[in-house]
Design a protein around this ligand. Structure first.
Ligand SMILES: [Cu+2]
Length: 129
């Protein structure tokens, strides 16, 4: 009697854990698993559109936002980076742990590049709000 109750509780706990994992997997795959801030940096709200500068790359290299949304960029490594929007340096030099924000005012596809690393490329698609 006691044993079967315990087994039942265990099965329920496993079921809940499986549901939680499934929910996690679903939300991360729909957001591309990156591109959304996880809240680990208090300056960047969890859920905000986010591009990391790391390993000499923009991560992710594609991002979709709406007009008026704040996009967060963070330099997570020691190399200096910049955020250039359609070829224009809008951030200035970003050192390690610097955070830069940008709000796109018009729909369209924007090229994101870095002054120092030609291989750093991303595209941000801005949809009407
Ligand atoms: Cu760079």
């Amino acid at each position: 009697m006691h044993r079967s109750l315990r087994l039942g509780l265990l099965a329920a706990a496993i079921g809940i854990a499986a549901l939680a994992l499934a929910a996690c997997g679903g939300s991360s795959s729909s957001s591309g698993s990156t591109g959304v801030a996880d809240g680990s940096d208090s300056r960047i709200p969890a859920g905000a559109p986010f591009i990391d500068q790391d390993r000499l790359r923009f991560i992710p290299e594609t991002l979709r936002v709406k007009v008026g949304e704040t996009v967060y960029f963070k330099n997570s490594e020691t190399a200096l980076h910049t955020v250039n929007v359609d070829g224009k340096n809008v951030s200035g030099n970003m050192k390690k742990n610097d955070v830069f924000t940008w709000v796109f005012q018009e729909p369209g596809n924007y090229r994101i590049t870095c002054d120092y690393h030609p291989q750093m490329k991303a595209t941000i698609t801005v949809d009407p709000s």
